[in-house]
Design a protein around this ligand. Structure first.
Ligand code: HEC
Length: 483
């Protein structure tokens, strides 16, 4: 382990004179003759000799140094609280956010329920599409076949048809040098177009097929690609255009913009009443209630949440899938005898996770002129809350960059410069990149970090912040050409 320690006196003007100049892209060699096969080649970035890492106090007139920090940080200054499980200042441990305890009886049961919902293929009207189908790998979608949406012009352009197998040479879609101008979008494959009919008393969903004008009888593809579900619980709003609102209304993604959204509450002898809820900092819950009824992503057109509930409360949780007995969340519930699913029901899981007034009642509720149990009527609420609480456990906080951030110490005087650091924790990144054919050094990574951390001049002032640590230069940073 190489630990370098350096200290820079606060008043070291000589060290502050070198102006930092950014890195520029080298003239791309042979770009004019670039072929599709060459697009995966590496292009170089060269840092000017005076581009140095910031390691001193910000000079007068500059905004304070804002250090990059890990989500695992426990220091009061650097910590960004998990919005669902913030650290309690008194006990020092993470606990469910106070306002959520109004609804949640057992947060571990809610995590289990959310994970089962997220991974269950039976949620798809075709019993094939789960949230995880599109968010499978590190929360993202890495499938390559039938992932094309025809974009604004409605035509598949050069990529011939639905079911097209994407190849690296198809990227970038727009490239003047290759005389390529394709307005297709790499999306995420969902369900075939169908219309909802009914759920049988055994939980069998019946739908009628439709021929989609674009995708025909093939699976439809969304107009954008699935981003990661890791760390999304931190997003103020979710979705690329932010339409999953910060406040969850218990029913749909639109928060307070839907004033008629309501859930149901059993007030004992007073009966069941509709109540409106506004749960703030819950965009992950607002997001989660979108896909299950979306006729491209998961659903037959016209299915409702109470009907989806009717199905899910009748079927065995994860009943079409093997559940690993060693799974950290669901392992103990795995039905290892039957080989598939969980040895419990969604009704039991909901009952354990949520407070009884939202779950059980002797009265029924009328929705869309149909009679439902309280559990069925509140299913969208359970769905959004449980998935948000599960997603609150999907936090990336142990990467080499996290370990590096956690290894740093800063000057005690609070000027905000790094006193010690352990750069050896970045070696796995260097080695992994080398295995991919990309040459990069730990210093390159730290220069990249510098671009984010370097103190900025106050608004209205011109100037480039000085840098304090001199390095041997120039440095070449290699990076793959982005698609
Ligand atoms: C058919 C594929 C598909 C399925 C199934 C699917 N998603 Fe997504 N997901 C997407 C796409 C595409 C986007 C981006 C949509 C947008 O921003 O408009 C997305 C966006 C998201 C986001 C927002 C992330 C961000 O950074 O804004 C979250 C969180 C998410 N999905 C979770 C879920 C959950 C939970 C489910 C199940 C209820 C689900 N997804 C089902 C494809 C899918």
């Amino acid at each position: 382990m190489r630990r370098i320690t350096f200290t820079i006196p606060r008043s070291a003007p000589a060290l502050l004179v070198a102006a930092a100049i950014g890195c520029g892209r080298e003239p791309p060699q042979g770009e004019a003759t670039r072929t599709a096969a060459e697009q995966n080649l590496v292009s170089s970035f060269t840092c000017a000799p005076t581009f140095n890492r910031f390691a001193g106090p910000p000079p007068a007139g500059f905004l304070p140094f804002t250090p990059f920090d890990s989500l695992r940080s426990t220091t009061k200054l650097g910590r960004v609280d998990n919005p669902v499980f913030p650290i309690n200042f008194v006990t020092g441990t993470a606990a469910l956010r106070a306002d959520l305890t109004t609804y949640i009886a057992d947060s571990n049961a809610a995590i289990q329920l959310g994970k089962a919902f997220f991974w269950d293929m039976q949620v798809g009207s075709d019993n094939k599409v789960a949230c995880a189908t599109c968010h499978f790998q590190a929360g993202q979608d890495t499938r390559t076949r039938n992932q094309i949406n025809p974009g604004g012009n409605g035509s598949f352009d050069a990529m011939l048809s639905p079911n097209y197998p994407l190849a690296a040479a198809d990227f970038p879609f727009v490239d003047p040098l290759l005389a390529r101008d394709v307005d297709n979008v790499t999306g995420s494959q969902g369900v075939r177009a169908t219309t909802f009919v009914s759920i049988s008393s055994k939980g069998v969903e019946t739908t009628t097929p439709r021929v989609d004008p674009v995708f025909g009888t093939m699976r439809q593809v969304t107009g954008v690609n699935a981003p990661s579900t890791i760390n999304t619980v931190y997003n103020h709003r979710n979705f690329f255009n932010g339409r999953a609102q910060n406040e969850f209304n218990g029913v749909d993604p639109f928060g307070n913009r839907n004033p008629s959204a309501h859930i149901w509450y059993d007030a004992g002898s007073a009966g069941v009443s509709p109540i409106s809820v506004t749960i703030t900092n819950a965009s992950a819950a607002s997001q989660a209630v979108g896909p299950p009824l979306n006729p491209v992503e998961m659903s037959a057109a016209g299915r409702t949440f109470p009907e989806l509930a009717r199905k899910m409360l009748l079927v065995k949780p994860l009943g079409l899938q093997k559940v690993d007995a060693k799974d950290s969340v669901l392992g103990l519930l795995a039905d290892t005898k039957a080989g598939k699913g969980l040895k419990t029901t969604y009704a039991a899981m909901i009952q354990k996770a949520f407070k009884p007034a939202f779950v059980s009642s002797s009265k029924t509720v009328t929705v869309d002129n149909k009679s439902y149990t309280l559990t069925q009527a509140n299913f969208s609420f359970f769905w959004g809350m449980a998935i948000m609480i599960y997603e609150a456990t999907l936090i990336a906080d142990n990467s080499p960059m996290d370990q590096y951030a956690l290894s740093r110490t800063f000057d005690a005087a609070g000027a905000g410069y790094v006193v010690s650091e352990d750069v050896s924790v970045l070696n796995p990144v260097v080695n992994r990149m080398a295995a991919e054919g990309v040459t990069i050094t730990t210093d390159d990574i730290l220069y990249g970090l510098e671009l984010f951390e370097k103190p900025l001049p106050l608004p209205g002032q011109i100037g480039i912040p000085p840098s304090a640590r001199l390095i041997s230069s120039p440095t070449t940073m290699a990076t793959t050409a982005s698609p």
